[in-house]
Design a protein around this ligand. Structure first.
Ligand code: AMP
Length: 277
């Protein structure tokens, strides 16, 4: 496994034209969710490339950029075991040199739901993903369905900026209680983890109600919101049913719509979603 810490050095590596390259962009603090993307990339490509970069421009001034869990040695061990070919760990200075001012602004989609609670977040994501795709030039890039709005943002920039990459969205990996794995779960105490199980429980219950024939979005969300609000240890940020491309709220539920949720438990913000299938 090659470990490269500079974009310039990375650019010196050349692959044969017919080599298929799969890219998994991450912010490190790897868990089984990340590794599921790496395994999909390993199955489907000749070269697997993983980037580890905690991107400052997607964190707000009050957010956890400095505290974000970092453990490069452990991450590298895990990636080696997955038979990854190259790990690129660029520095903030090289990604955003003095005077850097070009950003990707994706408009309305960046202002809804997650964007409302995290102003600037998705433009930061769109900018860094555009940069990583143009540095790495993969055939396929892998992302997790857990971050559904991020997936919509990436599909949008890929299409509208003609980036020409195949975007592969992999299913959310959950723990035994259904809690979506996240680097931010490291922040949760045991009792907060128990509370966090309500997230998937709620999504599942709504999904079941839909399967049982309830198609009115208001009825479904209002019921779930009042249950969640009765638990004082959860601060509900949003619970909505949207289409997966534009994140417009729907009145009547359809196949492929998403139920999306964000909550704060203690000082930890968690998001999750489920697709109507
Ligand atoms: P992050 O390091 O949080 O930026 O995540 C890197 C990639 O891993 C993103 O595409 C995430 O959507 C994906 N990811 C994070 N958690 C999970 C999970 N529990 N299951 C599947 N993919 C995930």
């Amino acid at each position: 496994m090659q470990i490269i810490e500079s974009i310039e050095d990375f650019r010196k590596i050349s692959h044969k034209k017919e080599t298929k390259v799969g890219l998994v962009p991450t912010m490190g603090a790897l868990h089984e969710g990340h590794l599921s993307l790496v395994r999909a990339a390993r199955r489907e490509n000749d070269i697997v490339l993983v980037t580890i970069f905690v991107n400052p421009t997607q964190f707000g001034p009050e957010e956890d950029f400095l505290q974000y869990p970092r453990n490069i040695e452990r991450d590298l061990d895990l990636l080696k075991k997955e038979d990854v070919d190259i790990v690129l760990i660029p520095t903030v200075d090289e990604m955003y040199p003095d005077g850097f001012s070009t950003t990707v602004n994706i408009g309305k989609l960046s202002e809804k739901f997650e964007g409302q609670f995290r102003p600037g977040h998705f433009n930061g994501v769109a900018t860094v993903v555009t940069k990583l795709l143009s540095i790495c030039r993969p055939n396929v890039a892998y992302f997790g369905a857990k971050d559904a709005q991020q997936c919509a943002v990436i599909n949008k920039i890929n299409k509208e900026l003609n980036l020409g990459v195949e975007i592969s969205i992999q299913p959310t990996v959950r723990d035994e209680n259904g809690l979506a794995l996240s680097s931010r779960n490291y922040y949760l105490s045991d009792s907060e983890k128990t509370t966090a199980n309500l997230i998937f429980h709620t999504l599942n219950k709504m999904h079941k109600s839909w399967k049982n024939g309830i198609t009115n979005s208001k009825i479904l969300t209002n019921q779930a919101i009042s249950t969640l609000q009765s638990d004082k240890s959860i601060e509900l940020h949003y619970l909505a049913i949207v289409d997966s491309e534009h994140f417009e709220e729907v009145d009547t539920l359809k196949y492929d719509n998403l139920i999306i949720i964000a909550v704060k438990i203690g000082s930890t913000r968690l998001i999750d979603n489920i697709t109507l299938t």
